[in-house]
Ligand binder design. Structure first.
Ligand code: ADE
Ligand code: ZN
Length: 330
């Protein structure tokens, strides 16, 4: 069996995925047309060619601009349905999906519209293919603490309606200069409300941000976390506590966190006993969905089939599924 077939056959969860990062240029153009929005690119091809990033911010600028074509509930539905279909084809049986309501509410899109479209696609996909999903509402860390509190307040009335889906919160966007401590009180409130907690840390930011995401935010999972390796004491803690790291190899390559995939620390982290998983982050922008991330990592880092299976197993373990569901997937 070829390697991509082997990878597709591994039951896996995707734990680090921004739904706005799944908007392919074709869908951006289709939605722009449907909504009468003019795009500053003459073609899908020209847009794709603009995806030459130098760092996280250079990507975020394009990513927030791309999300500007999302207006109606159907737009959010179509985006989410397209992702779930691709994920299912990659052997993803469960996806924990981040979304950034502030990107949309700032443009005048109601938070109800965002939730409704994404949730309807999740429920339809579950019925059609069996793929399951949870939602992690993510706060934009370049915005203020107050803005995050306002977003939480606006979302809470929807909680009962999406109880089966929305079970956690996350923290994303520009990491440097926006340390975890900025959101300590927001996370404290979310914790009291019983949400599961994840946070981006140690992508571009220093290992201290990973430590603070654990100690100040009480994050249960660290998104990226690759720079934790620079602090051996922190690394030993992550291993001892089996804190999951949702690593995104192609993202790290495209955003120049690493110069080439052969230099990525994924294999080293795995072999040192860390609870690492492989995920796609923003697959429409970074050159591949989760299967491609497994495949290119395997080729660049000589991951064995047993190691790929261990990574897929970790993704089930590190998910927020109930233990009985995990047992069925292991
Ligand atoms: N938003 C979408 N992708 C992100 C990433 N890799 N880091 C921070 N914020 C993001
Ligand atoms: Zn991310």
């Amino acid at each position: 069996q070829d390697l991509s077939g082997f990878i597709a056959g591994l039951p896996k969860a995707e734990l680090h995925l921004h739904i706005e990062g799944t908007l392919e240029p074709e869908l951006i153009f289709a939605l722009a047309k449907r909504n009468g929005i003019a795009l500053p690119y003459p073609s899908e091809q020209a847009l794709r060619e603009a995806y030459a990033f130098t760092d996280l911010q250079s990507f975020l600028d394009l990513y927030y601009a791309g999300a500007g074509v999302l207006i109606t509930e159907q737009d959010f539905y179509d985006m989410t349905a397209a992702y779930l279909q691709r994920a299912h084809a990659d052997g993803v049986c469960h996806a924990e999906i981040m979304f950034d309501p502030q990107t949309h509410t700032a443009r005048g899109v109601a938070i109800e519209t965002v939730f409704a479209g994404i949730a309807r696609a999740l429920r339809d996909a579950r019925n059609d293919t069996g793929i399951t999903g949870y939602l992690l509402m993510s706060f934009l860390r370049h915005l203020s603490e107050q803005d995050a509190f306002d977003t939480l307040q606006a979302a809470l009335p929807l909680r009962a309606q999406y109880e089966d889906l929305w079970l956690g919160i996350g923290l994303d966007s520009a990491e440097r200069g926006n340390p975890p401590e900025k959101f300590a009180r927001v996370y404290q409130r979310c914790r009291e409300l019983g949400f599961r907690l994840v946070a981006h840390a140690g992508e571009e930011g220093p290992p201290a941000y990973v430590r603070d995401a654990l100690d100040l935010l009480h994050a249960e999972r660290i998104d990226h976390g690759v720079r934790a390796e620079e602090d051996p004491v922190l690394m030993q803690r992550l291993i001892a506590e089996q804190t999951p790291l949702t690593v995104c190899p192609l993202s790290n390559l495209k955003l120049r966190v690493v110069d080439d995939l052969g230099q990525h620390n994924l294999a080293r982290l795995l072999r040192s006993g860390a609870m690492v998983t492989v995920n796609s982050d923003d697959p429409a922008y970074f050159g591949g969905y989760v299967g491609q991330n497994y495949l290119e990592s395997a080729l660049a880092l000589d991951l064995s089939r047993a190691e790929l299976a261990a990574i897929a197993g970790n993704s089930i373990t590190a998910s927020f599924l109930p233990d009985a569901e995990k047992d069925k997937l292991h």
